[in-house]
Structures are given as C-alpha cells and as structure tokens.
Write a new protein. Structure first.
Length: 467
RNA sequence: GGCGACGUGGCCGAGUGGUUAGGCAAGGGUCUGCAAAACCCUGAACCCGGGUUCGAUUCCCGGCGUCGCCUCCA
C-alpha cells in the first residue's frame, strides 16, 4: 500500500514497524461544542483507513484522543455557567452519537487529556532537562530554536515563520516562536499541580505524551485534519522527538477540509453545518458516502446537491443488495477484489474503490435480471461495502409501530404488530392483487409508504424496506 | 509576503503519454396492473498560451483562476 506521507510530501510504500501490526493515532476533537460536518469527515476517513488495514489482515491498534481541557472549553463553561466537565459531557456525547450513526467504529483506546497529566508532566521535565524547554513564571515554553528539525513536517523554516510572526512575545517567552507546553493557572481556571505550580497542559503536549504512552516510539500512522499540520502536529513531533522519542511517528496522513460556499468550515467563525442536523436531514449513510466520494486528501464543498446525489447513489447500492436476501456463500469475485485493492492501495483511493463497487453492482444486477448466478458479485459487494462501512442498517420498525398497527386495524387485521403486521398487510395485498382489487392493493402500498415502508413487487415475491 | 494544493463532460469525481473510469442528472428503449428497482443505448470533458514528442488531458515552462496553512480549528 502506498500512502501520501505529509512528512516528506511524497507517496511512500507503507511498511509497518512491527510486521502484521498497525498502530494509529488520530487527533480527535476538542469537545467544546457540538460537532460540525467537518468532524464527520476525519472520523469516517480514518475509520476506513482502519477498516482497510484490518481487512488486509493487520492487527490494528487505533487510538483517538479527546481534548477535554483548553481555553475554549473553559470559556464555554463560563459562558453557560456550567462546569467544564459538563461541557465535555454534553459536547462529547454529541460527538459520540454522531460517530455511532455514521457507523464509525469506536477506537481501541480513547484517551483524555485530563487523565494523562502525570505523563505530560514527565515529558515536560524531560524536555527541561534536555534544555528544550524552560519554565517562566508558572508557564513552561518549548524553545523552538533548540530543535533544528523544527518545520520538517509542515515544510517551513523558522525564519519564514518569523517574518510572518504576528504574536507579541508572551511575558515569559524568550522567543516569539516558542509555544507553551504548560500554562500556569489563572484565577478560577481548572488546574493540576506541577513542579512549576498549578496549571494545565498546552494543547500539543497531550498528543505527544498519549501517543507515546499507548503506541510507543515510532508508531506507524499519525492522522488528523489538514488544518492540524501546522502548528499542532509540527509541535507534537518537535516535543516528542526533542524528548528522545525518535522517530515520533512514521507516516502522517491528513484529510482535506470541508468548504461551505467556497470557504473552510470553522468552529471559531461559526461558518459550519451541524453534523447531527446534517445526518438527520440527509441520513447517516448519505453523509458517510458523501465523505467517501472524494479522495480523502481533497477539499470538498458541502452542499445540498452533493448530499442528494450521495443519497441516490446509496439507494442504488442498497437496492442491489436487497435483491439477494441473506448471506451468500460464494467467494467474492476475484477480479473485483483485486481492482478494489488496487484502488485502496493507491493512497486510499476511496473514490476509485467506489467505482469498482458500482461496476460490481451493474454486472450483478445484469446477471440477476438474466437469471444468472450473481453470487460472487454479491459476495464482492459485501466485502467492499463493509470495508467502506456503507452497509445498510437492519430494517427495524420499532419507531413506526403505531402507524403500522393503525393501518392494519383499519383493514381488519388484528393481533399482529410490528413486522408481523407488515407481513400480514403484504399478504392481504397479495390476495387483493390476485383478485385484481387494485384499489385495496394501492391503499395498502400507500399506507405503508406513508408509514415509511417501501414495497417492491418482484418476480420472487414482495420485498419491503424502510424508505 | 512565505509555503502548499487544485483547475476533467449539466453537477460530482477517478485516471492515463496513443485505447469506455464511476456516480447523479438528461434523452431513447426493454420490463411493468400501479409503484419501485433493474438492464440496454445516446450525447458530452480534460482552464489558457508556449515547449518536448510521431502523438499530451496526462511531462516541462509561463499565465490566469480557486482554495488551504502561516492564529484556535477535523
């Protein structure tokens, strides 16, 4: 597999550090407010990275952190008059449920910054002892000029940064480029004890410390949104490697950002679409497919048309799979699997992989139409759809029991509920159709449609699914 | 200003030095009580100008345009 490594900005063959295993660390979100649709993209992209490696047979350890203390969380708590724990609980819950509905598998480890203060303090002490960091009035700063490699990830050099420098030197900073690894507590802020007095960690140090703790030195893949390349990831590498963890991570993957009306979405400007609302409006599957239609490194415009397009494509996929109910025994079509693998091995060409899937669907449909064996095509579909995480969820009816029951009772069906009632209605309709009582048949179809169930008449009988 | 990415048919979106990507939408067929689904066929593209080449959408140079990072940000 070839991966575009941000470190070096080239396509590189992926070789795990430990044969048969892949260790991944992905920067999760700062849980200060509800997730926007941009957060969904990184979650889905790296979920697919993980699924693909697992599908290839690797034993994957996936770590995704939660930043649960920073300036913005503290501000949000103050504004709303609640504790930071409550902010984290509310926002974190919204993230969790959004991930779940997007079919993003939970990480193996989900460390929180506040639960790793000792590890961070230890790393800061190491940095100080190596003269890469220095305390100043309760803060501790990293000395950027003490680390000659600074800038290697983001591809910039210190002097260029300096010319673009806009920040006034902080009180204790020796150099405007230096950044805080530990921030002394101001009155009223949450804090932890440290050798430099009460305070809290700087943003970047948490990832350096937690990635090292769970994945060790030189783990395989570090991921995150492209906007994290600088300064966050640059600083992460710098701290970790300055503390002696060399190399910090071997491959760096960054997903492209989402635009809204041509402009990047951003929490700070409020230029966002709420992820949960987007999922409700367009359905979770359509949102997930929307993310996967485009190569993961490209920027994408989030817009109504694209989501409706994705929804239609998804319907096509699922409609194909419904034609062959239940699991299939056949081995997946080899040529399709090879093509899929070829696309994915090419720096996770998820869009190319989808093209393979659609070719499988077209030929599978053609064979089913012609009453030829489509088993290998269906099996290939199952294989691919699962790696992409786009499988159709089970068609439960729990949320529309009342509608179904009312409809059933209206037609004289008693004692049946839920799916049994649906079956009874379908049976009743079949009788009506056999007697050419089209009005009754249509009444049942329309009633079920209104309740959210779509009927399909096929040569093999009637199928139903949620609309 | 510095660094970087990108510019493909109505829309979205892969890819390649010479041969059909794919999806959505559109038109025409087939199938069909209705509905849905499906299959077949059709049209349409490679920002502009140079260069390299037998031949460039694909390589090189220049231009134009869009976007990102340089400050918290997936």
């Amino acid at each position: 597999m070839r991966i575009f490594n941000t470190l070096g900005r080239t396509l590189q063959d992926f070789e795990p550090g430990d044969p048969g295993k892949v260790s991944m660390y992905v920067c999760g979100a700062t849980v200060q407010s509800r997730p926007h649709v941009g957060h969904g993209r990184y979650a889905v992209v790296f979920d697919v990275v993980r699924r693909y490696f697992e599908w290839l047979g690797y034993d994957v350890t996936y770590v995704r952190n939660i930043t649960d203390v920073d300036d913005k969380i503290i501000n949000a708590a103050n504004e709303m008059g609640i504790t930071i724990e409550e902010v984290v609980e509310i926002a974190g819950g919204a993230f969790r449920s959004a991930y779940e509905s997007l079919n993003v598998a939970a990480p193996d480890i989900e460390p929180r910054a506040t639960e790793h203060i000792p590890e961070m303090i230890e790393m800061i002490e190491e940095l100080i002892s190596r003269d890469h960091a220095y305390p100043a009035d309760g803060d501790v700063y990293f000395s950027v000029r003490s680390f000659p490699d600074y800038g290697k990830l983001s591809g910039r050099n210190i002097d260029e940064l300096r010319s673009g420098e806009r920040i006034e030197p902080g009180e204790g900073k020796r150099d405007p480029l230096d950044f805080a690894v530990w921030k002394g507590a101001k009155p009223g802020e949450p804090s932890w004890d440290s050798p430099w007095g009460p305070g809290r960690p700087g943003w970047h140090i948490e990832c350096s410390a937690m990635a090292h703790k769970y994945l060790g030195v030189g783990f395989d893949i570090h991921g995150g949104g492209h906007d994290l390349v600088f300064p966050h990831h640059e600083n992460e590498i710098t701290q970790a490697e300055a503390a002696g963890h060399v190399p910090f991570a071997r491959y760096w993957m960054h997903n492209g950002l989402l635009n809204l009306s041509g402009e990047k979405m951003s929490k700070s400007t409020g230029h966002v679409v709420d992820l949960v609302e987007g999922i409700e409006k367009y359905t979770p599957g359509a949102v997930r497919l929307f993310y996967l239609r485009t190569h993961y490194r490209k920027p994408v415009e989030f817009g109504e048309e694209a989501l409706i397009d994705a929804r239609a494509s998804l319907d096509r996929m699922w409609a194909f799979r419904r034609r062959v109910p239940g699991p299939v025994e056949d081995a997946p079509l080899e040529s399709a699997i090879d093509a899929f693998k070829g696309a994915m091995d090419n720096d996770l060409d998820n869009a190319g992989a989808l093209a393979v899937l659609f070719e499988v669907i077209r030929e599978g449909n053609r064979r089913l139409d012609a009453s030829e064996d489509a088993g290998p095509w269906v099996a290939a579909y199952d294989e691919i759809i699962e790696v992409l995480g786009l499988e159709e969820p089970g068609a439960g009816v729990e949320d529309i029991l009342d509608e179904i029951e009312t409809l059933a009772l209206g037609l004289g069906i008693e004692g049946a509920s839920g799916e049994a009632a649906v079956d009874a209605l379908i049976e009743l309709r079949a009788t009506a159709r056999a007697n050419k009582q089209w009005a009754v048949a249509d009444q049942i179809r329309e009633g079920l449609t209104a309740a959210g169930i779509v009927l399909e008449d096929t040569s093999d009988g009637v199928r139903w699914h949620r609309g």
